[in-house]
Ligand binder design. Structure first.
Ligand SMILES: [Zn+2]
Length: 255
């Protein structure tokens, strides 16, 4: 797709050069620019995170936190660098308490992939489910229908705050169908979650109780929030990046 008012190609997307009486056509640069603009619009990255990069604020005077962050960054950056040639797991699951920068880093990955021409679509988990549900309950609005299709088919899905929705059978079935589809078709998924999982150590559960938002039961695990099938496929397809034990940057900023 060319830029309609491009002064170089006049909106055709092609440049014709005549050399030694032979004419040849080459793509105008505005085609790439328009494509990356379109990819960026469709990515739906929230304004707060629009400029997220791997250039982050390191925790000061807290060597343990620095160590946790350093260890978390390694698989995240490796994923971004190697994409789309990923050996084994094609997803990334960032887990840890609120405010430690999970979404920021997940978006930083997405922005790297977008810059290389890959389609990435950001969805907040709760918003996605509400969009899909309103599509089923009422007259199907195209955008709601599209939300579900996009979650299934986007080249890369960024699912933020996985599990942060009141649990019902419908919610469990819907998240299971999305994760199962992406797992079966080896479609990359980048997810973040505040909910702990016993497979990442009992200490994780204990910590989540003290730092998690009050509205959630402290005993809630990821499995309780998304169901055992979705949880099992998620672990099958994702490299898990634990970020437990990091301080809450957002709370610090508010003080
Ligand atoms: Zn042009």
């Amino acid at each position: 797709m060319a830029t309609a008012d491009c002064k170089v190609c006049g909106g055709t997307g092609w440049l014709v050069a005549v050399e030694d009486g032979v004419s040849s056509a080459k793509r105008c640069n505005c085609v790439d620019a328009a494509q990356s603009e379109e990819l960026l619009t469709r990515a739906q990255i929230p304004d707060n995170y629009r400029n997220a990069t791997f250039d982050i604020d390191w925790p000061q005077g807290n060597p343990i936190a620095r160590d946790i962050l350093q260890r978390a960054l390694l698989p995240i950056k490796t994923y971004a660098n190697k994409f789309p040639v990923l050996e084994g797991k094609r997803g990334l699951l960032l887990t840890g308490p609120q405010g430690v920068g999970k979404t920021h880093l997940a978006v930083a990955v997405a922005r790297e992939l977008l810059a290389r021409g890959h389609e990435c679509v950001f969805f907040n988990y709760q918003t996605l489910l509400e969009k899909i549900r309103s599509g089923y309950n009422e007259k199907m609005g195209m955008s709601d229908r599209e939300a579900y299709q996009t979650a299934l088919d986007a080249e890369v899905l960024l699912l933020d705050d996985l599990g942060a929705h009141r649990v019902t059978d419908w919610v469990e079935d819907t998240v299971t169908s999305i994760i199962t589809h992406r797992c079966d078709y080896r479609k990359p998924l980048i997810a973040t979650t505040n909910f702990p999982d016993p497979d990442m150590g009992g200490k994780v559960v204990e910590k989540a109780g003290t730092v998690g938002p009050a509205k959630y039961n402290v005993h809630d695990t990821l499995e309780e929030r998304i169901g055992p099938r979705a949880r099992s496929r998620l672990f099958e397809m994702c490299t898990v990046v634990p970020m437990w034990g990091l301080p809450d940057y957002r709370q610090k900023a508010r003080r």
